[in-house]
Design a protein. Structure first.
Length: 137
């Protein structure tokens, strides 16, 4: 299993919106950065991803599960980019802020900190476990 982080502006698609989508999940589309799109292509069914509210909130608020692997993004008229399908998996008992992540010596160099503009990124197992603990999961 692989671990990821996906970002969304809460005003565009919030974690509450994701939960309301139910078990059928929703398409994670609109990714137009090639590096982030390549990460989408690596996602497998059953992989888990932190759901990060970008913008003013800047915090991990929950976890989603990949339920459909990469397919052509239906919103991409040029058929260059892909999407995946995700479903709600779990809430963080305590949201984990970017500032708390930056303060934690063992995870302060994850892609969320180093490549802050990237909307999809891998998370290594050690960081995954630490962030889950920080979020009281």
């Amino acid at each position: 299993m692989n671990y990821w982080l996906v970002k969304s502006e809460p005003s565009t698609w919030s974690f509450d919106d994701q939960k309301k989508a139910g078990i059928k999940g929703t398409v994670w589309d609109g990714v137009r950065n090639y590096q982030a799109a390549n990460y989408l292509k690596q996602m497998k069914i059953g992989d888990l991803a932190f759901f990060y509210h970008s913008g003013e909130e800047r915090e991990i608020v929950g976890i989603v599960k990949i339920i459909k692997e990469a397919f052509l993004d239906p919103k991409d008229k040029e058929n260059k980019f892909v999407a995946v399908k995700v479903t709600y998996a779990k809430d963080m008992s305590k949201p984990v802020s970017l500032s708390d992540i930056k303060k934690h010596e063992e995870i302060c160099d994850i892609p969320l900190v180093r490549q802050s503009r990237l909307s999809v990124m891998p998370i290594n197992l050690k960081s995954w476990k630490i962030i889950n603990k920080m979020g009281r999961i």
